[in-house]
Design a binder for this molecule. Sequence first.
Ligand code: PLP
Length: 394
Amino acid sequence: MVIEMQQKIVYVDNNATTQVDPEVFEEMKPFLTEYYGNPSSIYRFGGQVAKNIEKAREQVADLLGAEPCEIMFTSCGTESDSAAVLSALKVCTKRNKIVISKVEHPAILNLAKELRDKGYKIAEVPVDNHGRINMARLTEMIDTETALVSVMWANNEIGNIYPVEEIAKIAHDNGALFHTDAVQTVGKIPINLKTSKIDMLSLSGHKLHAPKGVGVLYIRKNVRFKPFLIGGHQESGRRAGTENVASIVALGKACEVAGKYMEYENREVKELRDYLEKRILESIPKTRVNGDIHSRVPNTTNIGFDMIEGESILLLLDRAGIAASSGSACTTGSLEPSHVLRAMGIPYTSAHGSVRFSLSRYNTKDEMDHIVKTLIPAIARLREISPYWNNEEK
Ligand code: PLP
C-alpha cells in the first residue's frame, strides 16, 4: 500500500465519492473470497452466484420503483451514460441530433463533443445565473431531428434538481427518447420510475456508499436498446463481460440501505448542510451560494468566496484535515473555473473561489463547526494576499 497516514479526515466531498457502508462491505466480502464462481457457469457453484446478482437487481429496482428486467449492470456512471447515448443514436438512425444541457457532467459533455466531430448535431441548453435550465430554449431546441434528450437529474457541482419529467414529456412530444444522468440523485431523493416518462437513467455505485467500479443503466421495458459492449450474452445480451459480482451485490445492498436512510438524509443531512451554509454566510463577508436554493439535493452546497482561488482554500482546508472540492473531481488540476459556474455567468473573481461541500449521513455538527472555524482565518489570510481583494478595497 502507498497510503500516507494523516490526521482524522472531515470528509465533505461525497459528490466525488463516498465511503463504503460497513453493512455493504460485509455483504460483498464472501463474493471476493468463498463464492468466486462465474455466474454464467452451469454448475451450482456458479448458479448460486448468479442468484445473488438477481437479488441485487431486485434491490436496485426497488429503490428506483422499476422492474428488475429494466436494470442493466455496468462498470460505472460514465459507461451507463455512454451506453444510453450511443444506443439512442443506433436505434433512431433517421435522426442525428442530441439535446443536452450546458451543465452536464463530462461523461456526457465530452461524449457529445466527440459525436459532434463525427457529424452529429449537438444542442446545448443554457442555464440562468442560478443554474436553472432555460426551458423556453430547451423547447425550441428539441425538434423532429432529435434522437435523444439527455439532461441530468441533479447537478454534481451545485446540487440543482432539474425538471426531468417535464423535459421527458417535451422529448416524447417530438418523438425523441429521454435519458437522465441520475448519478447524483439516486439515494438522495425518492425516485419512482413506474409513474415516470424517463426512458433511460444512469447511476453509479460509488456515489451511494457502494464501491467504485459498478453502475447501472435503467432501460424502460418497451425502449429499444443496442449494446455498447459487444461479446458474451451477460445481462440478457445487453452488456457483455463477466459480471463484477461482489460490487453488484454491494450495489444491491447499498440501494436497500439508501432506501432505509432516505428520510433521515432528507431531514438530518439537509439540516447539517443548511447549518454549515448559514454559519459560513453569517461569519465570512462577500460569500454567496451558487445554485438554486429552492430546488437542490439535500447534501450539497456550493459557496463562492469572492476574490480568492478555490484551490488555495482547498489546500488550507486540507491542512486542517478537511476534504472538499472546487468543482467536479474530473476537472480538478485545471485552473479554469468550473464549466457549470461559467455557464451560470458567475463572475470570474467569484467562480474561481467557489468550494463545494457535499455531505453524507456520516457527517456531524462538530465537523461543520470545525469547517467554519478553519475557514474564517483561512479566507481572511488569502484575501490579505489577494491583489483582486486589495484593489477592490481601495
Ligand atoms: N455523472 C455525474 C453527474 C457524476 O457526478 C459522475 C461522477 O462524478 C459521473 C457521471 C461519472 O460516474 P463514474 O465515476 O461512476 O463514472
